[in-house]
Ligand binder design. Structure first.
Ligand SMILES: *Cc1c(COP(=O)(O)O)cnc(C)c1O
Length: 813
């Protein structure tokens, strides 16, 4: 084990203070996730927006005792038991430490890079090799400058091979990762356009990625990619091992009617693959090449391929029975993935009690007792209130778990004997190895959904938030508008993740929405845009902050407060002509504010009427000018300066020079670009989908649906889908106006949309009852769907009925 006293040498840093020389057992870089053990080493990173040095004292209070810092720490005397070392860069120090750790192991390590397929290749190799070897790999797609070190840190003495993927977004990053991974075998997947922006040209990108393999004993790649082949030839690598369909590869592939012929070392064998899409085939042959290089025989390789499973990197947050929430993570179960899922559980604040239902972990490579000890420790560290273990091994070591634990021999045993009434108001993580078929447990514990669901991709949402952050100054605050059920996406879950990602404010339309957020443990400041007199009591009780836009509402509030303190937001009407004070009101307004000093102005704001269009830019500028002038009058009278803000999504995108102290982000967070300028970094967050309830054949000439408005012009295959206008699928889509997506193909709506169902023409589409139907999402852009009925994405999103269940998806493994 590496000890603190060694760090000065390994990290090239300077010890600030040593309380006692402890061993380093775990590494952390995220103050929100850091869990306290004496051996935890926290790396404080001073980012542009987020400076972790500010949290050192808080982390110390939570029990963390060892720190790597890149800035001076204030009041060290308040950290009497801490070990602190200062370095020039914390990220570099992290990489140096893990490079040292890595160099202590002489196992083979596979490094994977390229633009596409890295995670799939890694997961498949893991599936193939872990039948015979103890394998260590990155959890999920932890492949960044910090993700890779945290992954490689997991190598322990019982591991027999490592598989690590590395991703880079800028030149010069790869050499750091090469030192951390120290691959002995390289796999170069494919080169695509991801992250092209950071590189001068594609050639440079390939050369940079190849640096991962400078010291590798062999590099595996597909010789058919001419650009990669050229770059590899120029890079002077030690040894190449290639596969391909063209002449000259070491492993030569031929496509056959029933599969593939593979020729290697003058010996030919056949392989059948359980999939046919080109990307999967390519990913699979990278794995085949590696297995051949490692001298596995063709029969074993075929066996592995036959049992390959789709890689599910997602966990789903669903509504459960008895007011519970379920985290469905039923596809994978290994230790590293368990930690990620537990952290996701820990940060669901919508319910206070937390439970995990966990199966035995298969193929961990650890001795049983060591494995269960680690699980028990993880469960305790992540504050799980109730543990339910399923499987013989967990049962055998029940004594390692605390009092609130129960055990079942098998999934069947659980289903027959677990009393679901004991579940009330909890968040429940259901995580099981594939063989345990935990989907049966999820099905038992989930609120039944009718066919239509809205899937919310939390990864895309965070991507969008970060994109907006990157366009703003680090000091500009962000208020996220979560009105209208967070634009249809589900307020509580969205607010929870926004709170985790530290936005500054939330905005809602009505006090009730704010009260609901507070009841779900949201502590961020909340602005209420339409406060009514009846809601003042809730506003005060739940610490909400009303928007004040008229004298009437101001005076009513002042009368209600009777001297009690309340924070408000003043709305100015600079040209939208919806709500707000005008220039002529300023005198009376400042008088009122002066005579009610208990009413504190948190912010002053206005709203642009045409931020999305170039033609209105002069008008937007004049609105901003007026706004600043008027707001300054108010600030002057107050004697302090509240936050100023005027930008909504299109404003942030197009008029960033007007960002002032804060911006109000709405639809952009959900991945919709309301401008016509094409901000492709935004990823759609919501997918509305349903299923086919029935398929039938309609002879030419028959009519379809109410009013006999649909007519089969030809013999037609018709699908009835489980969505109607009561779900928010507008009746305006009737009669060919709207389309849906089924198995990748567009199907027009036939006849009139009904209340709970609709009919679509699927002639020529291969589709069956139960198949998925996409109403909008990444493949069927909501902008297009909205335009077809002459409305805007805002209306489509917010019209989706609350009876449609929301399912939240995040990355797991
Ligand atoms: C809804 C709303 C926003 C957010 O607008 P988007 O265009 O969705 O970003 C901003 N400000 C106010 C006052 C709003 O009502």
């Amino acid at each position: 084990m590496i000890r603190f006293s060694q760090l000065e040498r390994i990290l090239k840093g300077k010890t600030v203070f040593t309380f006692e020389d402890r061993g380093i057992t775990s590494l952390s870089i995220d103050s929100r996730k850091a869990t306290a053990t004496p051996g935890t080493l926290f790396f404080a990173i001073a980012g542009e927006r987020h400076n972790a040095h500010r949290f050192i004292h808080e982390l110390y209070q939570r029990g963390i005792r060892q720190f790597v810092v890149e800035q001076k720490v204030d009041s060290v005397e308040q950290l009497p038991e801490a070990n602190i070392i200062q370095v020039s860069s914390s990220i570099q120090a992290l990489q140096r430490l893990v490079a040292f750790h890595r160099s202590q192991f002489s196992i083979p390590v596979v490094g994977i890079t390229g633009s596409n397929g890295k995670t799939i290749i890694k997961e498949w190799l893991f599936q193939m090799l872990s039948k015979k070897l103890n394998v260590v790999k990155n959890p999920g797609s932890y492949n960044s400058q910090v993700g890779v070190p945290l992954s490689v840190w997991q190598i322990q003495s019982h591991h027999q091979i490592g598989i690590f993927e590395a991703g880079i977004s800028r030149p010069d990053e790869m050499q750091n990762l090469a030192q951390v991974i120290q691959p002995t075998i390289g796999i170069f997947s494919t080169i695509g356009s991801a992250h092209d922006e950071g590189f001068s040209d594609r050639e440079q990108k390939i050369q940079e990625k190849l640096r991962l393999f400078d010291e590798a004993k062999v590099v595996i790649y597909c010789k058919d990619h001419a650009a990669i082949d050229r770059a590899v030839a120029a890079h002077e690598l030690k040894k190449l091992f290639t596969w391909g369909y063209k002449e000259g590869a070491d492993v030569s592939i031929q496509r056959k009617a029933s599969g593939f012929n593979v020729t290697y070392n003058k010996h030919t064998f056949s392989l059948t693959l359980p999939f046919s899409d080109p990307a999967s085939v390519e990913n699979c042959f990278h794995c085949v090449a590696l297995l051949l290089w490692l001298k596995y025989d063709p029969i074993y390789i075929q066996e592995c391929i036959t049992s390959l499973r789709t890689v599910h990197m997602r966990l789903e947050l669903k509504e459960g029975i008895n007011h519970c929430q379920l985290i469905d993570d039923t596809y994978n179960n290994d230790l590293a993935g368990l930690e990620i899922s537990l952290q996701f559980l820990l940060h669901q604040h919508q319910r206070t009690r937390k439970r995990i239902i966990l199966s035995d972990i298969l193929e961990s490579g650890l001795e049983k007792d060591a494995l269960i000890k680690q699980i028990a420790e993880l469960v305790q560290r992540n504050k799980v209130d109730n543990f339910t273990g399923v499987g013989k091994v967990l049962g055998e070591f029940k004594h390692l778990f605390s009092a609130n634990a129960s055990f079942y021999e098998s999934t069947e045993d659980f289903l027959s004997n677990f009393n679901t009434d004991q579940l009330q108001d909890e968040v429940i993580l259901v995580k099981g190895a594939r063989a345990f078929q935990f989907e049966k447990i999820v099905s038992r514990l989930q609120r039944k959904v009718h066919g239509t669901v809205m899937e919310i991709n939390l990864g895309a949402l965070v991507n969008n938030l970060n994109f907006f952050r990157s366009r703003l100054r680090p000091s500009t605050r962000i208020m996220v508008m979560v009105k209208a059920f967070a634009y249809g996406s589900g307020s509580n879950e969205i607010a929870n993740i926004l709170q985790y990602h530290k936005v500054d404010y939330l905005g809602v339309a009505y006090a009730d929405e704010g009260v609901d957020l507070r009841k779900n443990h949201i502590t961020l400041p909340i602005m209420v845009m339409n406060p009514s007199e009846e809601s003042f009591n809730s506003i005060l009780t739940y610490n909400l902050e009303p928007e004040i836009y008229s004298f009437k509402i101001f005076k009513a509030l002042a009368a209600f407060l009777q001297g009690k303190v309340c924070h408000i937001h003043i709305k100015l009407d600079t040209g939208m002509h919806r709500l707000g004070f005008e220039e002529r009101d300023l005198g009376e307004l400042t008088n009122l504010l002066s005579s009610n000093p208990n009413i504190k102005v948190a912010s002053i704001f206005s709203h642009l009427a045409g931020a999305d269009e170039l033609q209105h830019d002069a008008f937007s500028t004049s609105q901003a000018d007026k706004f600043r002038r008027w707001a300054d009058v108010i600030s002057e009278a107050l004697g302090y300066k509240p936050f100023y803000h005027i930008l909504n999504t299109p404003g942030i995108l197009r008029l960033p020079h007007l960002q002032m102290d804060m911006v109000r982000l709405g639809i952009g967070l959900y991945g919709v670009d309301p401008t016509t300028e094409g901000f492709h970094e935004l990823k759609p967050v919501a997918t509305l989908k349903t299923i086919i309830s029935q398929v039938r054949n309609i002879p030419k000439g028959e009519s379809i649906g109410y009013g006999r408005r649909g007519v089969a012009e030809q013999d037609m295959t018709l699908a009835t889908i489980a969505v109607g206008y009561a779900d928010g699928f507008s009746r305006a889509f009737s009669r060919g106006v709207g389309h849906v997506l089924i198995n990748g193909k567009r199907a027009p709506v036939i006849g009139n949309v009904c209340m709970d169902m609709s009919m679509v023409d699927i002639t020529g589409i291969d589709a069956n009852e139960g198949d998925e139907v996409i109403l909008f999402g990444a493949q069927l852009p909501i902008q297009e769907v909205a335009a077809s009925i002459k409305t805007i994405p805002y209306e489509i999103l917010t019209n989706t009925s609350e009876r449609v269940k929301r399912v939240f998806v995040a990355e797991s493994i």
